[in-house]
Design a protein around this ligand. Structure first.
Ligand code: HEM
Length: 149
């Protein structure tokens, strides 16, 4: 077992540990951000999501990693570099409706599953990601065909 895995396993047993600690600190958060964008590049079902992003994802990987470290209770690496995240405003250039939200969440869900995160940690992160991703929506949805009122 690596030291990171040992630390993550120990933190997972501690209910008071932050999600950052439970993930195994910076290395664990990096693994999640990397898996998330690897899947976005690899999986045909995330092609539309991938197409919204820049051609090269290196900077985007770094930014998600830095942001998640602080957001999950670890060091505020994003803020130290860029100031307040103003995440919703930074997403205004992209048309985000329920489809984009759900694709993002499905990609993150698969990344968490692939890393075999403990289920209680996955459940906690799933709820946090769902709230934030929903808050990022900036498109009025069309009513489904046949809907009235
Ligand atoms: C709801 C669906 C979402 C879509 C479609 C989406 C899409 C995008 C896109 C296209 C970028 C620009 C990438 C770049 O220029 O490098 C971006 C940036 C970013 N996204 Fe999202 N995103 C979503 C949700 C989220 C969520 C839930 C989080 C965090 C929990 C997040 C965190 C970030 C961060 C930290 C950046 C970098 C911001 C910056 O430019 O400094 N996004 N996102």
């Amino acid at each position: 077992m690596t030291e990171t895995t040992d630390n993550a396993a120990a933190a997972a047993l501690d209910a008071d540990a932050t999600p950052f600690d439970q993930l195994g600190g910076e290395a664990g958060v990096r693994a999640l951000a990397d898996r998330f964008y690897d899947l976005m590049e690899l999986e045909p079902r995330f092609a539309a999501l991938r197409a919204m992003h820049p051609a090269g994802l290196e900077e985007t990987r770094d930014k998600l990693h830095w942001f998640l470290c602080g957001w999950l209770g670890g060091p505020p690496l994003y803020e130290q570099r860029f100031g307040h995240p103003r995440l919703r405003m930074r997403h205004f250039p992209y048309a985000i409706g329920t489809r984009e939200r759900d694709d993002w969440l499905a990609c993150m869900q698969q990344a968490m599953a692939d890393l075999q995160l403990a289920e209680p940690l996955q459940a906690r992160l799933r709820a946090a990601f769902a709230g934030t991703a929903d808050w990022m929506r900036n498109q009025a949805e069309q009513a489904p065909p046949g809907a009235t009122g």
